[in-house]
Design a protein around this ligand. Sequence first.
Ligand SMILES: Nc1ncnc2c1ncn2[C@@H]1O[C@H](COP(=O)(O)OP(=O)(O)O)[C@@H](O)[C@H]1O
Ligand SMILES: [Mg+2]
Length: 324
Amino acid sequence: MSEYLLDVRNLKKRFPINGGLLGREVGAVSAVNNVSFKIKRGETLGLVGESGCGKTTLGRSILRLIEPTGGEIIFDGEDIRTFDAQRMRALRRRMQIIFQDPYASLNPRMTVGAILSEPMEIHGLNKGKDARKKRLYELLDQVQMPRDTLNKYPHEFSGGQRQRICIARALAVEPEFIVCDEPVSALDVSVQAQVVNLMMDLQKDLNLTYLFIAHDLKVVEYISSRVAVMYLGNMVEVAESHELYGGSRHPYTKALFSAIPKPDPSLKQDRIILTGDIPSPMKPPNGCHFHPRCWQATDECKNKYPDLTKQSETHEYKCFNPIT
Ligand SMILES: Nc1ncnc2c1ncn2[C@@H]1O[C@H](COP(=O)(O)OP(=O)(O)O)[C@@H](O)[C@H]1O
Ligand SMILES: [Mg+2]
């Protein structure tokens, strides 16, 4: 058994843009561009990057909720892109997703009991009234919600409580891997920490593997063992969290992380303010996509896309003129 649960190789997702009277393809967005990474069993890989850089598309492509355009997704030793519909259905039990918006992702007309039972029914789990009830109570205990939750409707709960219900729904099928797509971004800051701590406890207890997408770098540093940084569809740097704070090599990562306020205000902080907008993913710049905003850029960066440099077993980046 490989120590890696997930091994993604050269994953691509391209969205064609149709226009004109005839609806012909007039362009395309390369939302995910040759992205490769691995996640160990029981580990959390954080995924960060500005809005629109392709994080959600990557997360959904890995689960084949949207069909990738190219690449391999090796899950527990098998390329799931070769799976037919029947094998995909069985696999859905092992891979789940939690969405950003706990308001939109729960059916308002269903009781929480029905919401949590649905995935078990689909996968034929915990059949029989007693077994079902026992499992529902267990799920509520796991997300620290009271038992009377089962007969209530989603609108009776706060954002944090709804996200707990979404987590319970994901756990209902006993998954091994969960894509967490900005699960706390829509919540009040005061409840974010509670939900993040709950997710970390669950990970330990149930040996879960997470891909944790967030734009809040502090949350990502807290929960992740390693962090991957995306820019315009490309993964530009991957390293252990502590390495990225002091020792990022890609200028984009450096800028992103320099924006986090330090706990001690007397410490000198070199904040890097990026100029220019994020370019359109329909028309990415030539060469390194980051070069128009990069203070380290040279002619090489304008013409060629940098290959991956492996600095160590845990740290890699794509840049011709890394920060030293
Ligand atoms: N269904 C779609 N059709 C066309 N373009 C899309 C679609 N979904 C996402 N995109 C585009 O792909 C890019 C990446 O989007 P997304 O994955 O949502 O980014 P993020 O989650 O990092 O904010 C964006 O430019 C977005 O407009
Ligand atoms: Mg997103």
